[in-house]
Design a protein around this ligand. Structure first.
Ligand SMILES: Cc1cc2nc3c(=O)[nH]c(=O)nc-3n(C[C@H](O)[C@H](O)[C@H](O)COP(=O)(O)O)c2cc1C
Length: 370
């Protein structure tokens, strides 16, 4: 029977197991968005994941989401990623990069004085936006988002091209794949939402038009990476960051149909509403499973036992764990041993140093201490 430890293929890429690491923003890059040695250590520690999907990474300067999140648009950033990817490969790991544009999810910053870009400059629900940055003391805190303005047609085209440039850089530094972050109310999701996207050009209006931004960004990525190594993360039913949509099904059915037609490698379903106690996994699966024929990865509030059941009965192909990977760098080994599992320290989620980031012990370290 297929289980969490069964190998899986992504295009031409063979993965050792189905215990993937979900993308996790930890704000441990420099203020200039350059990946740090601390991040290298973090991912090397987690090289036993079937696939690491490395944290949301800004594709352009105008993606001004959370501070100290990495970018992949300057030479310095790209070189730092090269060193990180090399070390993960030397440790036997496989690593993909999540490509990100925050759009309206942005706070005032020293780096980028212009207003953030969004599909239509809808600002009547900015209080719904979650964005973190440093206060005057350098401590990471939730900040108030600032109003965005509508993108021009040229800015839309340039931002789509930025996803292609980022994918090319990711391939050149050796990443095994790239994933478009189209979930959780960031820019591609903002285009999908009829509340945030009120455009009257080719990117707004009908469900098909609202899906164009995500589709074209995906196409730009596929032009740089084999399609089987390109993925997308979606969360059709969440209203996180104010991406409201009273009827997401027609838009997402069209989107997923097109993704399948392009031979995209994997689809990750983020069950973001589980944080509020509502699980959308079943409705996400009935929306996508009949249409998308590649691997489907479930994420959000899933424990290892449930993961085994879902993979064993063929509902999904792999699971990406978030907080379990944060706190358990040897997660596959712990799953084999049926635990115990450490819990991630919430206060250390964003910003700061290696504490609460790289100091969670492995089972072997615990045993030798005992
Ligand atoms: C600290 C933190 C950072 C996150 N960063 C990202 C991110 O960069 N990209 C993303 O798509 N989701 C991000 N998420 C969502 C996680 O990938 C995942 O969906 C969430 O943790 C639920 O999965 P879990 O129950 O296995 O932890 C983040 C979540 C947390 C708690």
């Amino acid at each position: 029977m297929t289980d969490l430890f069964s190998p899986i293929k992504l295009g031409d890429l063979q993965l050792d197991n189905r215990i993937w690491m979900a993308p996790l923003t930890r704000s441990r890059a420099t203020p200039e968005r350059v990946p740090t040695p601390m991040m290298t250590e973090h991912y090397v520690q987690r090289a036993s994941a079937g696939l690491i999907i490395a944290e949301a990474t800004n594709v352009a300067l105008r993606s001004n989401a959370w501070e100290c999140t990495p970018g992949i648009f300057t030479a310095e950033q790209i070189n730092a990623w090269r060193a990180l990817v090399d070390e993960v490969h030397q440790a036997g790991g496989k690593i993909a990069l999540q490509l990100w544009h925050g759009g309206r999810v942005a706070a005032d910053s020293r780096e980028q004085p212009d207003p953030p870009l969004s599909p239509s400059g809808v600002n009547d629900n900015v209080e719904a936006i979650t964005v973190w940055g440093r206060d005057e003391q350098g401590i990471f805190r939730k900040k108030t988002a600032c109003p965005s303005r509508a993108m021009t047609g040229a800015e839309v085209e340039d931002t789509i091209a930025a996803f292609g440039r980022a994918a090319r850089a990711a391939r050149e530094v050796g990443f095994d794949g790239v994933q478009l972050h189209a979930a959780n109310g960031y820019l591609p999701h903002q285009f999908l939402s009829p509340y945030l996207n009120r455009r009257t050009d080719a990117y707004g209006g009908s469900p098909q038009a609202r899906a164009q931004f995500a589709l074209q960004a995906m196409r730009a990525m596929i032009a740089e990476f084999p399609a089987g190594r390109v993925g997308m993360r979606i969360s059709p039913f969440t209203t996180f960051n104010g991406a409201l949509d009273p009827d997401p099904i027609p838009t997402y059915r069209y989107l997923v149909d097109e993704l399948a037609r392009h031979g995209m490698g994997w689809l990750e379903l983020a069950d973001t509403n589980f944080w509020a106690g509502q699980f959308d996994r079943d409705q996400m699966l009935s929306l996508t499973r009949p249409v998308f024929d590649g691997p489907i990865i479930a994420n959000g509030g899933i424990d290892p036992q449930t993961a085994q059941t879902l993979i064993g009965n063929g509902s999904i192909d792999a699971v990406s764990f978030g907080r379990l990977w944060m706190a358990n760098p040897d997660l596959p080994e712990r799953i084999r041993a049926e635990g115990p599992y450490h819990k991630a320290i919430t206060k250390r989620f964003y910003g700061g140093g290696p504490d609460g980031y790289n100091d969670y012990p492995t089972l072997a370290q615990e045993k030798s201490l005992a």
